[in-house]
Structure formats: C-alpha cells, structure tokens
Design a protein around this ligand. Sequence first.
Ligand code: SF4
Length: 460
Amino acid sequence: MNKNLPIWFPLKRELDPGQSTFEKSEWKKLIFARTDTLGINGQKDFRRVKGESFGEYEDRAKDEILSHKILHLAVCLNPRYSAWLIQNEGDLFSHRFIKAKWNEKIAILDFLYSSPDLAKNWMEFDELTSFLKEDVMNKVRVIVPRRQRKRSARGTVIKIDDILGNSKIVAINYKYVPFLLKHRRVVIYRGWGIDSIERFSASIKHRFEKLLNAELNESAAKLENSTTQLRKVVEEMTNLLSGLIKPQTRGFGLSDFTIDGDFDAHLSIYPPCIRDLITTVEKVGYIPHWERFQLGLFLKKTGMQVEDQLQYWYSKAVDNIGLSYDEFVKRAGYVIRHIYGIEGGKIDYEMPSCTTIQTKMYCTFRHSGIGIIEENLKLLAEKDENFTKENTAEKIQKVVELTSRGFPNQACAAHLSLYKSHKLPQIKHPMIYLKIAGEGSGVLRENSDDDLAQAPKVED
Ligand code: SF4
C-alpha cells in the first residue's frame, strides 16, 4: 500500500488482526457511525483537528476505515443497499479527493489506475512528452484558467503549482474515460484523454465506485460460501439497515404482476435489460451474481414460483453440468431461495429501480455496446410483430442517440415507444416498462390485494 495514500482512503485496507470479531453492540455502533458520515449532515472532511495528537488522529482514521468495512459487509448481500453505499461512498470520496493534497492525489490515482501488467494508465501532462517521445505540448491545445496559463508555440498549455493540484493537467488512458472521449469533452491525443484533474473528477469518482463495487462482489461471493454462523451475523447487520436506508419513493403503483403462459413466450413486453439477460442465459449459460439476482427477482415478481425457478436455472446454467438436481439445490440454489425469502434474512426483496440496476447490475443502455443495440433493434424491426411500423428508422435512431449521449433512462423510454405510444420522458423502474408494454396484451395481470392474500405461503 502506497504510504502517501491518505489515511481515510478505504479501498483495499486490511483490518488489524483482532478487529474482525465484534460484539453486536460494537458493530451496531460502527454501522451508525458510517451511515451518519455518509448522510446529508455527516462530517465529510477528514483532517487533523486543533489540539489532536497524531496518534489520536490515526486512531480516528482506523475507526473510520473499520466502520466503512463493517457497513460494506452489511450491504454486500443486498443489491439496493450496495447501490446506495456505492453512490454515497462515491460522493464522499469525490469530496475528499478534491480537497486532498497533490501528493495524496498522485497516490490515489496510482491506486485507481494501476493494472496487473504495471502499464501506466495516467500521468502528469509533462510526463507525456517523454512517454510518447514527442513534444506533445506543441501539438495539443488545452484550455486552463487564465491566471495559470503559460504560452507555448501552438496553443495554450499549463504550469500550475497549486498545492491541491486540481487544475493540473493530466493524461488518462482513453479506456478509463470513454464517455468524455466519445463526447469530445476532453482533448484526445494518441489514446490519451488530456485535461485538468477537475475536469476528470466525475470519471475518477466513477473509477472509485467501480473498484468498490468489485470489492463488494468479492465479499458477497465469499459470504455465499462461508459458514452459516458468519452469514447469520451479516444478515442481522443487513436487517439493521432497513430502518436506516429508506427506499426512494415511487410515484407509480408497482404491485406484483402475473404473466400468463410461458415466461419466455412474451419477451416483447419485458424491459430490454431482462430480455438481454434471458438471451445471455440461453446462449452462454452463465450470468454474474448480481445479474442472476436481477433476473431471478424479475421472474419472481412476474409470478414464477420458487420450484420453477430452481428448475429454470438448473436446466440453463453451464456451471451445473455434472451436478444432480439435489446437489444443485443445495449448492447454487441458495441465491434463488434467498430471493424468495426462504433463506438468509427472510427479506421479501423488491425489484430494484433502474438507478440500482445501473450501478450494480445490468442495464442495456448503460452496459451494452451501441452497435449491438442498433443491430438488435433492426433485427426486431424485421421479426417482431409487435414492433412499431411507423417511422421505424427514426425511432431506432433516437434510442441509439440517447444511449450514445449517456441517457440510459431516456433511451429506455424511446425503446418503449417502439412498442407502445406513451408520454414518459424516461423509465425509472423496470416494472413501469413492463406495465406499459403489457397493457392491452391480455397476458399481463396486476395482482390485486386479494390475489396476494391468497398466494401460497412459502414454507421455511
Ligand atoms: S433503463 Fe431500467 S428498465 Fe430500461 S434497460 Fe435500463 S435498467 Fe432496464
């Protein structure tokens, strides 16, 4: 671990031995502490306060990291809480990153953009000249605040010595800033995006969130294979969060639905993300953990019973080859039984919103390639009888354009217009898409309270 990394930086921090076993009262305190810090009125800055010794300051930092790690454990088995954590930790990181000193920023960027082959993925602008073996300064034009300008032969380049370095010009490998490059928001030169740290701040935050998400996935996978005792403690922690993290309110009735007939006979009323996941399971036989959770929840929320879903995953997934059905149910069936609230914390999970899906799972318009989306839509225009017959090319173009501009929810609303006329500017929840797409189809029924009361209870 780079010694210049600021004391508050939470990724890949190892806990001290002995910090991993806690009494309930201790972990509760730590969870409250971190949710407070992440909350609206939380203390966002982390610096040494007047009269505090360095030892005290270090102890305070250790407590912060510990509370981050415990909250991380508490959320990792729940997609909505995980997405909440990623967004809020991302905001906190961004706030502190901008205020960090330049040597700390260097250490953070080295950490965020390190790669296993030790390739350089970011550097200060001056370094780019020797890295590319050419005088980049005289080839690119980078705009910086007037007070910090220094003229070069062909453009305006920089000489900035401020202590935080937020206006320093850096170069980041194009792979890590695709959105900025696609929209020409930064200067591009030979595979490098070039601009000030301030300009890159959203991309740097995004990179932090991505790595945090990977750590959460790792913890979730470990917990799935861990002892029941440990999982029970984590589930208890997760339950505590239901009082602390409120669901976003929805201005739309989103009760459960039942789809009559075979679940794969009515794909054209499904949201695009769900269709893509079903296709991938069919073709590849595998989707990652959270995507399985997303599809599993959707199938549950549209009326599939637990036994049918177990059979579905048993018959499709390649990692079941060689397993008997009973072995499968024991080993891999946990996640599915968990979705139905039969295992674990016995939570009746709601279908996640598009924001949660875009952060933690799979959204067609956030995670699929534009070329693939366009190709699929053209195929559907030929084959799908429910597809619009009016202004088809124009409507497809609108979906493609909104996706490429980085507006997934609006792109999804435009996608829905390919099947149904509606007035929604954006789709915020997959069940809203389903509800509108399925109206008048005769196969989608919204469950009434009576249906829900009569629904068979699942035995533990
Ligand atoms: S916007 Fe929502 S419903 Fe549409 S594809 Fe993305 S996650 Fe699915």
